[in-house]
Design a protein around this ligand. Sequence first.
Ligand SMILES: [Zn+2]
Length: 207
Amino acid sequence: MTKEKDAFKEFPWLTRDGNYVRINFDMMPAHMEEETRKALTEYNGVPTFTGEVKNGYPLTAVKDPSVCPCCGASTEEQTAEFIYATSAGMRLMLVPGGWFCGSCPTVIVDEQLIARGMVVKARFRRVVGVINDKTRDPMYFATWRGEKSVFIIDEDEQIEDLITESEMNAMHKSGPPSPAPSIKKERKKKKAKRKQASKARKQNKKR
Ligand SMILES: [Zn+2]
């Protein structure tokens, strides 16, 4: 108990959330990152993942997170820095929120844990990858739920969301594009014409 209290006094950007510790990178001075990461890992007692990841699965889609849904080997719960997309851009969260396969580059992610731990007021979309612990490079999921990932990128080349190919196809199949935009345009044109007409009438009155 005392150890826990001390750790939280030393690192005010850490807060407790049930059985987990929440880390606010926005509050944390940059030079403290390394130390905080170590302290958090020690506190959690969950080892840090140091390998590579290519495939992501949501925890909600697997029956048993201790078994890899990709190759059937056993997994281990580990701490990692997860990259997730929100309605306010991409964010990072360091949490013991993944079961990593010991035999292939697959992780089962507890997305609910990450969504609950968000410090920004934004809508959680999806976990899109994991930060490589050694190189600090992002490892984006090449597959999600066993399907090829499709990344939705905004004009600043930030990932807005990750969808699977079948989700994308379902979106395309949902009927022909709505005729609403052209109707709006028509209305606008009519409105503009009306405006011109009334302007002309006013001008006529002045004469
Ligand atoms: Zn595996």
